[in-house]
Write a protein that binds this ligand. Structure first.
Ligand code: 13P
Ligand code: SF4
Length: 325
């Protein structure tokens, strides 16, 4: 078992005599004391992925949250994901290790502006990507994720106008796949807009045997080079099953931890960002750490709280998604 060294002030709180503490064991103990389940997204740091009871894409995490028997859900992901778990489980305690773990895409769709946008397109059905706030969900007819967006739009009658929010890149991809004309909210994700087409093409020239896999939140200039496009879970499965041994991965590089675990003989190269920075790492997802996860479980906070009126309105389109998936 992995032994983690705590920051000094924290370890002093935990034990006067010891400088090391087995955080993994401490989290396991709290898990059984609280009857908690730890749900984690693939973009979380490796330690968190390794301690999680379940790792998945947004859809799988929502499905898991909808069916868990645990009393406490520790959500190692970003705010909209933990919020979705709370919407589905009003009587459970839902903890997010760092309450500031937001999402640039969710932030790109403020409720007031979206209400005006919706009013400007009467008689349109609102399909919202799960990467949005509870307020936006409450204004939506159906929620979708990157793994079921095409399937859900395909189930809507062809003569029905549709607003798709908030991700313009996923929206454009769904338009291409379904042949439908969607009214797009112009939001985007800072991480998935950072990849450099030039550097990806250069990598492909250096490694012609490599396959490029990409998340549909990427821009069209990146997606057009992709051998495969899909949600995080779909990308993971594709790389496992492909005959190839070398992959250029155009999504948040946290997922490479699982890719390497599931296919240790293969090589995974993170798609490079435009600048020489680490801006392909999601700054929100990475706010969660194993230490914060431990502290959240120890103190039973920060907890997700949602006004009941918004929760009830947001629940309807989430349940529709779960039925249509
Ligand atoms: P999925 O895990 O559903 O593919 O979504 C990725 C994402 O953007 C999470 O922020
Ligand atoms: Fe939001 Fe992008 Fe981070 Fe996903 S990767 S949580 S869409 S900012």
């Amino acid at each position: 078992m992995f032994t983690k060294t705590l920051p000094q002030n924290l370890s002093q709180n935990l034990s006067q005599n010891s400088h090391h503490y087995d955080l993994f064991a401490a989290v396991e103990t709290l898990k059984s004391e609280l009857n908690a389940v730890i749900l984690a997204h693939y973009y979380q740091e490796p330690d968190i992925q390794d301690i999680a009871d379940f790792i998945g894409d947004s859809l799988a995490l929502s499905q898991k949250a909808a069916t868990t028997n645990a009393d406490v859900i520790v959500f190692a992901g970003v705010h909209f994901m933990a919020e979705t778990a709370k919407i589905l489980n009003p009587d459970k305690l839902v903890l997010l290790p760092d309450l500031n773990a937001g999402c640039s895409l969710a932030d790109s769709c403020p409720p007031q502006e979206f209400a005006a946008f919706k009013a400007a397109h009467p008689n349109h059905l609102v399909v919202s990507y799960i990467n949005c706030s509870a307020e936006i969900k409450a204004m939506s007819d159906i929620i979708c994720t990157s793994s079921n967006a095409v399937k859900i739009v395909n189930q809507i009658p062809e003569d029905q106008g549709i607003i798709f929010a908030p991700d313009r890149n996923l929206g454009r991809y769904v338009m291409e796949q379904t042949g439908r004309d969607l009214v797009l909210w112009q939001g985007s994700c800072i991480v998935h807009e950072t990849f450099s087409e030039k550097k990806i093409v250069q990598l492909k020239i250096e490694h012609p045997e490599a396959e490029i896999v990409a998340h549909p939140e990427c821009e069209a200039s990146i997606l057009r080079h992709a051998n495969y496009i899909g949600s995080t879970t779909a990308l993971l499965k594709y790389c496992q099953q492909s005959q190839r041994d070398y992959f250029i991965v155009a999504t948040e590089p946290g997922i490479i931890h699982q890719m390497e675990k599931e296919a240790p003989e293969k090589e995974f190269i993170p798609a490079p960002p435009v600048n020489n920075c680490a801006c392909n790492e999601c700054p929100h997802m990475r706010l969660n750490t194993l230490e914060k996860l431990y502290l959240a479980m120890k103190s039973c906070q920060p907890e997700i709280v949602i006004p009941e009126e918004i929760r009830l309105a947001a629940l309807v389109p989430i349940q529709r998604m779960l039925e249509l998936s």
